[in-house]
Ligand binder design. Structure first.
Ligand code: TXA
Ligand code: MG
Length: 293
């Protein structure tokens, strides 16, 4: 069943039901060693999924749950290998979407849910996106309206000390360091499996640029070389500006990329926001979307 959250729609399965979880991997086409996030209704449920609920996990949960934050801790024996990708840790998130929360009340050991898109593609932020992507492969879609935040949760690994951010997302890094005091540096390859360079790939070429002028220059030189070559009839390039209001841009970012692809736009120039707040998550997704070409 596909479920709404405040970040993106998830494809959910009872976290302790092996065949349901296996079906999620099948539908997504996701490698089995890429673990899923277990969604829980509250901190008590999270503790039941963990064997070592650390002080840092507790502080983060108190500060940001329910909300767009995923906390990684050592798993309890009730968690299954299929969800955790055979790791000793589990990723836990308590979402705020009221519809999702109603469903979670019936699952004390949580709902395992990756984003409800095929592996490697952009996440869905409306029920229609889920239908476009997964169609007959999904039994039910709970339509909770468009997602408020629009980019996935921030992932913080609390199984190490100091805690480390594995994926920038809905909760800004600055807010996490404010409540934790210290954070491990995030340079080097990510330890979250599935953080592939070319993730979040829309069906058009994405070009990150620093300014509108830069986008216009690149479009012009692109047009010149193309008309010299063949003068094909593809749709005009599109410029999306993420720099003016990053929060509202994030809310519709995936929808805009999908719409560009639907219109047959081949080249999308995205004016990057500053690397602060939700801007860090936007930059991360856009740079990964661009890494495919
Ligand atoms: O906002 C979100 O987080 C959305 C909604 C549906 O909650 N979910 C989401 O799930 O983005 P997914 O599967 O697309 O991304 C989960 C990420 C993966 O990159 C995975 O590698 C990482 O979380 N992850 C899960 N469990 C982990 C673990 N035990 N250790 C390290 N990384 C883990
Ligand atoms: Mg995903």
């Amino acid at each position: 069943m596909a479920l709404p959250t405040e970040t993106v729609y998830g494809l959910g399965a009872d976290a302790v039901n092996r065949s349901a979880v296996a079906r999620v991997f099948r539908i997504k086409g996701r490698p089995v060693d890429h673990p899923l996030i277990v969604h829980v209704v509250d901190t008590d449920s999270a503790r039941a999924c963990a064997s070592d609920w650390t002080p840092e996990a507790e502080v983060l949960a108190r500060s940001f749950w329910p909300g767009p934050l995923t906390i990684i801790v050592e798993r309890s024996s009730s968690m299954i290998d299929e969800v955790t990708g055979f790791r000793s840790t589990v990723a836990l998130r308590c979402p705020s979407h009221p519809m999702m929360r109603r469903v979670l009340e019936a699952f004390p050991l949580g709902i395992a849910a990756p984003s409800a898109n095929r592996f490697g593609k952009v996440s869905p932020t409306t029920a229609q996106h889920v239908l476009d992507d997964l169609a007959e492969d999904v039994d039910y879609i709970l339509d909770g309206g468009p997602c408020d935040i629009g980019v996935e949760s921030t992932i913080v690994d609390c199984s190490v000390h100091p805690a480390q951010i594995l994926r920038p997302g809905g909760v800004p890094t600055e807010e996490i360091s404010r409540v934790l005091g210290s954070l491990a540096s995030t340079s080097g390859p990510s330890r979250a499996p599935g953080m592939l360079e070319s993730h979040y790939v829309p069906n058009c070429r994405v070009h990150p640029v620093a300014t509108r002028q830069r986008a216009l220059d690149e479009i012009e030189s692109g047009l010149r070389s193309r008309s010299a070559r063949d003068g094909d009839g593809s749709s005009a390039p599109e410029i999306l500006d993420a720099s003016i209001d990053p929060d509202s841009f994030a809310a519709t970012m995936y929808a805009q990329l999908r719409e560009c692809a639907r219109r047959g736009v081949q080249d999308v120039y995205v004016i990057l926001p500053e690397d602060v707040g939700i801007g860090a998550a936007i930059r991360d997704r856009i740079l990964k979307a661009a890494a495919q070409h």
